[in-house]
Write a protein that binds this ligand. Structure first.
Ligand code: ADP
Ligand code: F6P
Length: 472
């Protein structure tokens, strides 16, 4: 078994299988931000990424992808159902997002969560060289830091939660709350998107485990676990480069033409998830049409909603409700050749998505709760022309940084309607000033800055990062 000095552990591997025209299957790096951010570092280490390759059955043996070793962890049908769809996405996901849907609890799901976390910990223990740096990602793997420390006390272990970490009153509902906290506290550094999340975690360490804790440090046995906020970001430069490509600009112009050259385009891009506030947004838009504040010929809404976690009942029900409402709104307010909403459920490549961002006069990002929301940051990075108004939910992590956005409370229907109108009618000079400030922020706080700040906090002695030249 080849061992690495840097190991990333995440539910999914950063690869897609691409089938060539001759039927040959080839694994390629998928375009996610985390992979792009870590890639130079991973390649120099050389590092290993431990994760699930999708599907069920035996773990495929995968070739290195762009110099990074892929170590796949298998999931059975039962694991997929009880761990991924069950405990991760039907218990933790809704609970961590303010319980906007009812979290479901089953003892069998907890057993699967433990079993799969143990498998990930064992796989990581095998591929980490002595003293290696291990970075565990997200809510699917909260027990891994503790399990891994028991197997390999020599490792330096980081954990980062991409989703919100809830206030104590919600977290306390979890039947296995103590075990989940202890699992995360197996890390040397626990990172969150927002300072409030670190505060919630510290409060819970005191309340549930009676540990001495501040918002920066928690004493566990004979160790100190550091905690803090490290807001994740995007590859700003790559997005800006895409946005300035002539073919992307031409595609944006074509899209505007195909939309009927409306006065204004509102865009929303979400995974089809009940946390994203899609239904509330549709209701606000439909009422604006009914009130006559917005007219179909002047304004169009493009709603991209790519299906997600499709075997989970709450996601199936949401999709049905959204599609019924889109049909109703188009039936009631559309005209022949002029729908009120352009509704798309397809995945798009980066260039097409960037062209859509460039066409959007108003980008409506109004989740009920979101760890960060990278779409909001992508839109800002794509507006190299400093035009475009970002309507952003106060409940997205991004709102803590993008304070110049037009901020709304998506639970307040009147406020949401007013927010849409304000963004649609905003003075172009005001729009430009806000966009410029947000672009400047993202220029300084891109994904590389995020990875560097997290890893240098984890690697206190800076030995690995210095060796990799990552501090340059
Ligand atoms: P989440 O992590 O909850 O899905 P984010 O907004 O943080 O939400 O990230 C979503 C990511 O998925 C963004 O990088 C966005 O560009 C991408 N994405 C969303 N919809 C599509 C789509 N239809 N096609 C391709 N990429 C998409
Ligand atoms: O942002 C949370 C998250 O679970 C990410 O880890 C993941 O990339 C994204 O949502 C999509 O979810 P899934 O991996 O369940 O398709």
């Amino acid at each position: 078994m080849r061992q690495s000095s840097l190991v990333v552990v995440a539910n999914r591997l950063p690869i897609d299988d691409n089938t060539a025209p001759d039927g040959a299957c080839e694994w390629r790096r998928s375009p996610g931000g985390l992979v792009s951010a870590l890639h130079p570092l991973l390649r120099a280490a050389p590092a290993t990424w431990v994760g699930w390759a999708g599907g069920t059955g035996p773990a495929p043996v995968l070739p290195d992808v762009d110099g990074v070793r892929m170590h796949s962890v298998p999931l059975s049908q039962a694991d997929l159902h009880d761990h991924y769809e069950g405990f991760a996405n039907s218990t933790l996901w809704p609970l961590y997002h303010d319980a906007v849907e009812q979290p479901v609890h089953h003892r069998r799901w907890w057993e699967a969560y433990q079993r799969v976390n143990q498998r990930f910990a064992e796989a990581t223990a095998e591929v980490a060289e002595p003293g290696a740096l291990v970075w565990v990602q997200d809510y699917h793997l909260q027990l891994v830091p503790g399990l891994l420390r028991a197997l390999r006390p020599d490792l330096r272990i980081g954990f980062f939660l991409h989703v919100p970490f809830p206030p104590p009153e919600l977290f306390m509902q979890l039947p296995r709350r103590a075990e989940l906290l202890r699992g995360m506290l197996g890390a040397d550094l626990v990172g969150f998107q927002r300072a409030q999340a670190a505060h919630n975690f510290a409060q819970l360490a005191v309340k549930v485990l009676q540990l001495p804790a501040t918002d920066r440090r928690i004493a566990v046995d004979d160790r100190v676990v550091r905690i803090g906020a490290f807001p994740v970001s995007i590859d700003t430069a790559e997005m800006a480069a895409l946005a300035t490509r002539p073919d992307v600009a031409a595609r944006a112009a074509r899209l505007r033409h195909d939309l009927g050259n409306p006065g204004q385009v509102i865009l929303s891009v979400d995974r089809m998830d009940y946390t994203k506030g899609i239904e509330q947004r549709l209701k606000a838009y439909s009422e604006l049409l009914a009130d006559g504040h917005v007219k179909v010929r002047d304004t169009v809404l493009v709603q991209v909603a790519v299906p997600s976690r499709e075997r989970v009942g709450q996601y199936q029900d949401l999709r049905e409700r959204v599609e019924r409402e889109v049909g109703r709104i188009n039936g009631e307010f559309g005209r022949v050749g002029e729908p009120a909403i352009h509704y798309l459920t397809q995945p798009f490549d980066r260039a097409e998505l960037t062209a859509l961002y460039r066409v959007a006069d108003v980008m409506a990002v109004t989740p009920l709760r979101d760890g960060m929301n990278l779409v909001a940051k992508e839109y800002v990075a794509a507006r190299v022309d400093d035009a475009g108004a970002l309507l952003l939910s106060e409940f997205a992590g991004a709102a803590a940084e993008l304070s110049q956005a037009y901020l709304v409370n998506p639970h307040d229907l009147e406020g949401l309607k007013q927010g849409l109108l304000t963004a649609l009618r905003a003075d172009p000079a005001d729009v430009r000033e806000r966009m410029r400030a947000m672009r400047e922020h993202l220029h300084r706080h891109d994904i590389r800055a995020w990875a560097r700040s997290y890893l240098s906090a984890l690697d206190e002695s800076d030995s690995l990062l210095t060796r990799l030249g990552a501090n340059a």
